[in-house]
Structure formats: structure tokens, C-alpha cells
Design a protein around this ligand. Structure first.
Ligand SMILES: [Zn+2]
Length: 278
């Protein structure tokens, strides 16, 4: 009799554990399924950039791949468990703090396309990335402001920069600058564009107005000029940056310009991953 009661209790305990685990997985998954919004997650990858966009139809875009493999880990945490594909990888420019996780992501996920900047780069890590993309049969798309990317679910990636042909030499100044729009929401990803690039872009009359600005070059003092901030006129600025990094990012001058323009700032080094929803 005592034996039966003991088994009975163990069975109830087992059922309870199973139920708790199921509820945990369900809650985890509900937060990750498409829900009619554009969800934007600025990953906390230290000194670098990586941001995931998930549209209302579940289409996913990863803009940049960070300085190490933390973007891969963040994908695991933020994508639904069953999701093993990414619709588009975007490389803003071929600097290691923007694509270190890309090779591993290309190996582990079914990536439908890779959007690359117009200027190529001879260095080994970038060439290795191209080789892996080729090996995995991933189509390469050269960024061109004349060809925006429309996901047919209300999300449009408006490619603003660099022009074709390019006007400047520097990799940073040829960063892909794109504005993701959904309904009335918009976010501008400014890559590592410097003030020199910002000036050229504004001189060409390109409309950069956006609700949110992913601040250029991790808050470097040589980016986010007063004129550029006035043209974007965001309601929020986000800086993706590593804690106590060697570059002194974000620079006090940049924070001062943002404060003078009355733009609230959120910083990954202070609060970790930043989530937005349009
Ligand atoms: Zn960078």
C-alpha cells in the first residue's frame, strides 16, 4: 500500500514537472512567433553590431554579425526553436566587428540571401565569408539604392547608401545605410558611416528621416554630426557598443550632440539587448 502511494506521488511529481516545462516552452515560443508587428532586437554583442528584424509574416533579417559568436547565441535565444532559416543577412561593411558570426550562421542556418556592400575587400576573413556563402549556395546581392527590398508583408528595406558607383574610398563610408519601415515605424541603421559620408549623403538630398536611429560607428565622435541628427530627427537613438572598449565609444561629444538635439539614447553596454516593436 505504502509502495503504491509512493509511486502515485512520483507520478504526480513527474506530471507537474512536465506541465511546468511545457508552460515554460510555450511562454518562450509565444514571445517569438510572428504577431503582426515588426520586431527589432539590437543584440548585445559587445563592441560591434548585430540586429535581428522579424516581420509580421515571420521573415527574418540579420543586420551584421558582431565581433565574436555572441550573435549566433542571441539568434538561438530570439528565434523560435523550430526556426532554422534566415531570409536575409546584411553585411553593412567588411569590418570584423560586423561579421565574425556570419560564417557559422551560414553553416548552421539556411540563409536565403546575403546583401553585401558595393566595395569589396581582399582580406582573408571577408574572402573566407564569401567562400562559405558560395559553398552553401547562398545568393549574393550587391546593395544598390535603386533596388529596395520589399518583403511583401509591409516591411521594406529602403537602401539609402552607398551610391552606385561609390563616391568615397573608405570602407566605413561605404557602409550600407538602410531604413527598415513598417506602417508608420522606421529605423535607420547607420553602419560605421563617418561625418564625411554623412555630409555626402545629405548633399545628395537623400531622405534619412526615421523614428529610430541605430547610431553610426558605435557612437564615435567622428559620426552623428549635428546636421545628420537634424536630418534623421529620431525620437530615439540606440548605440551598440562594448563596455569599457578601447575606442572610448560612445564619445562624450557624440552624447552631447544627441543631448543637445533632445534625442533619448539607449546603450547596449548599459542595458544589454534592446527590443523594439513597430
Ligand atoms: Zn564597427
Amino acid at each position: 500500500m505504502r509502495q503504491t502511494l509512493h509511486c502515485h506521488r512520483r507520478f504526480i511529481f513527474f506530471l507537474g514537472t512536465l506541465l511546468a516545462a511545457s508552460i515554460f516552452i510555450l511562454v518562450h515560443e509565444i514571445g517569438r512567433i510572428p504577431d503582426g508587428h515588426l520586431r527589432i532586437q539590437i543584440f548585445d554583442v559587445g563592441q560591434g553590431d548585430a540586429a535581428l528584424l522579424m516581420g509580421p509574416s515571420g521573415k527574418t533579417v540579420l543586420i551584421d554579425g558582431g565581433p565574436d559568436l555572441s550573435a549566433l547565441e542571441a539568434l538561438g535565444k530570439n528565434l523560435p526553436l523550430s526556426r532554422r532559416s534566415i531570409d536575409l543577412l546584411v553585411l553593412s561593411h567588411p569590418d570584423p566587428d560586423h561579421f565574425t558570426a556570419f560564417p557559422e550562421i551560414l553553416r548552421r542556418f539556411e540563409v536565403h540571401a546575403l546583401l553585401l556592400p558595393a566595395i569589396q575587400n581582399d582580406e582573408e576573413p571577408y574572402q573566407a565569408l564569401l567562400a562559405i556563402a558560395k559553398e552553401q549556395g547562398v545568393p549574393l546581392i550587391a546593395a544598390d539604392p535603386r533596388r529596395d527590398i520589399d518583403f511583401n508583408d509591409g516591411v521594406v528595406l529602403d537602401i539609402l547608401w552607398p551610391p552606385n558607383p561609390v563616391l568615397l574610398e573608405d570602407d566605413n563610408d561605404n557602409s550600407i545605410i538602410l531604413r527598415a519601415t513598417f506602417g508608420t515605424g522606421s529605423i535607420l541603421f547607420a553602419g560605421d558611416l563617418s561625418e564625411k559620408g554623412e555630409k555626402k549623403l545629405l548633399a545628395m538630398g537623400i531622405d534619412v528621416a526615421s523614428q529610430v536611429l541605430k547610431v553610426g560607428h558605435h557612437g564615435s565622435r567622428y559620426s552623428s554630426s549635428q546636421e545628420f541628427l537634424a536630418a534623421v530627427a529620431p525620437r530615439l537613438a540606440i548605440i551598440s557598443v562594448g563596455e569599457e572598449n578601447d575606442y572610448g565609444h560612445p564619445h562624450p561629444d557624440t552624447l552631447q550632440r544627441l543631448a543637445a538635439a533632445k534625442i533619448p539614447v539607449r546603450i547596449t553596454a548599459q542595458e544589454g539587448q534592446i527590443n523594439l516593436m513597430f
